[in-house]
Design a protein around this ligand. Structure first.
Ligand SMILES: Cc1cc2nc3c(=O)[nH]c(=O)nc-3n(C[C@H](O)[C@H](O)[C@H](O)COP(=O)(O)OP(=O)(O)OC[C@H]3O[C@@H](n4cnc5c(N)ncnc54)[C@H](O)[C@@H]3O)c2cc1C
Length: 435
């Protein structure tokens, strides 16, 4: 009997430490330096951030998404999930623990596909938390369908370099990144699944030009971090190719599999925070003769939120456990897609109910709920729209089924009943005989 929902006590101690540490030391950073977590550190911030990172390293909790050979702890996805749900409460926490998106996914593909030189040049500083990276895939004419991408790289006549031309949209953190991972067409004559490649491009390479940084709703001008980038005759050497020519789709799957499940882990923490606030408010506010906690409608909000969050958490933890077991995102594709598809609704619903229970205060910029609701909308798009992930789930589920070979469904009761009666005919005859 191998089912077990216990956390190993030694790791639980680390989680308890992380929980206290994030609440006491890290959450305040969200208030004094909001939106600056992906900006290279100035002297003031470095004086605060570096010692916090050092405490995390001493506890063995730095960059837990990667194995020990790459400077992580190799705890696996299940333990990472338990840690990430603590980190999900705070914007700064993933940075302080060295496991922030999109850098985790980017680190993962360089670790997986990079040459020793690429690992030394890009991965090492990324894992040390000294630089940021950007994944530059989506294009203005279509993000959900990579077969529409037009940005291309062609071999230069010198035979040792490539020239990249095109433009990319919503390349998060490009402006503060030190390098970009760019997905481009390298062979237009074959299927896009074989004709696209990834390149590692230092952000200061001549020809890389950020036209504008889009901000999300609620961010003020200048705070946007999602770049529209032009690649104008950007020359990179052969050694900038990541994982070989034509490998982009395989690499993207590796990257997005990890990225999606890590987002889901952090979302548990954020939704739990909304539920915590909802419950505190329900117990604090007295109106129309009773506490909000005594009103049936509010009890419904709390019960629905608790059940929704627990279902989601179990799905995420089970999926993390499967990734550890199979060590191959492709084999867990259905569940990763399912997690990604339900995640926005879970966060949206719980944040919305928590906001409602807070009354007018809930919709102000003095409370975080509308930020969470916007965050839920973002989750329905970033790393692929919900509809596309549902299609993936459905296709994978349908693989285990086949069509009925009859006009009536296999479970059509009249036929099943007739078969059951035929199977037990001698007893049924006896029953009739006994009458
Ligand atoms: C905050 C944020 C950060 C992001 N960061 C990055 C990044 O760092 N790098 C990067 O490359 N990209 C990034 N993206 C882009 C993201 O991956 C795309 O937005 C996403 O893939 C959808 O592409 P699109 O916006 O072009 O929408 P479209 O492809 O135009 O899709 C629009 C809508 O059409 C519908 N739709 C599309 N396809 C289907 C389908 N097959 N079946 C049914 N309905 C469908 C859906 O409702 C979908 O929302 C980010 C996006 C956001 C919001």
């Amino acid at each position: 009997m191998a089912w077990d929902f216990e956390t190993d006590p030694q790791f639980q101690e680390l989680l308890d430490w992380a929980d206290d540490f994030v609440r006491a030391e890290v959450e305040p950073l969200d208030l004094i330096w909001p939106h600056l977590q992906f900006t290279p550190l100035d002297d003031t911030r470095r004086a605060v951030i570096d010692p916090l990172k050092e405490q995390v390293r001493r506890k063995g909790l730095w960059a837990t998404h990667l194995g020990p050979d790459l400077g992580g702890q190799g705890y696996g996805q299940l333990k990472l999930a338990l840690l990430n749900e603590i980190l999900g409460r705070s914007q700064w926490a993933p940075i302080i623990f060295g496991c922030q998106a999109p850098d985790t996914g980017n680190a993962e593909i360089i670790a997986h596909y990079g040459t020793p030189e690429q690992k030394e040049r890009y991965l090492r500083p990324l894992l040390d938390g000294e630089v940021f990276s950007c994944y530059s895939m989506t294009e203005p004419q279509g993000g959900a369908d990579p077969t529409q991408f037009k940005t291309s790289a062609v071999r230069d006549s010198d035979g040792v370099s490539w020239i990249i031309n095109g433009h990319k949209f919503f390349s998060s953190n490009a402006s503060t990144s030190s390098f970009l991972i760019v997905m481009v067409v390298t062979n237009p004559d074959v299927s896009p699944y074989q004709g696209m490649s990834m390149f590692l491009v230092p952000t200061d390479t001549p020809g890389v030009r950020i036209e504008r940084n889009c901000g999300l709703y609620g961010e003020s001008d200048g705070q946007g971090s999602h770049a529209l980038i032009h690649y104008d005759n950007v020359r990179v050497p052969d050694s900038a190719l990541l994982g070989g020519e034509g490998q982009a789709f395989a690499i993207a799957q590796t990257r997005l599999g990890g990225g999606r499940i890590h987002h889901a882990m952090r979302t548990i923490g954020l939704a739990q925070r909304a539920l915590d606030m909802m419950c505190e408010r329900a117990l604090s506010r007295h109106t129309a003769g009773s506490l909000l906690a005594d009103k049936q409608a509010v009890q419904g909000y709390i019960a629905d939120s608790y059940a929704q969050l627990t279902q989601f958490r179990l799905l995420v933890l089970h999926t993390a456990w499967e990734i550890d077991k199979y060590n191959d995102y492709k084999l867990v594709r259905k569940d990763i897609a399912a997690v990604k598809a339900v995640m926005p609704t879970v966060l949206h619903d719980i944040a919305w109910r928590a906001m409602q229970v807070h009354g007018a205060l809930g919709v102000t910029n003095e409370m975080p709920f509308l930020g969470m609701v916007t965050g839920a909308a973002v989750m329905g798009l970033a790393d692929g729209p919900t509809e596309v992930h549902k299609t993936t789930v459905a296709k994978q589920v349908l693989r285990d089924y086949s069509a009925s070979d009859d006009v009536w469904p296999t479970d059509w009761l009249p036929r099943k009943r007739a078969a059951a009666q035929a199977k037990y005919a001698e007893y049924l005859d006896l029953e009739v005989g006994n009458l």
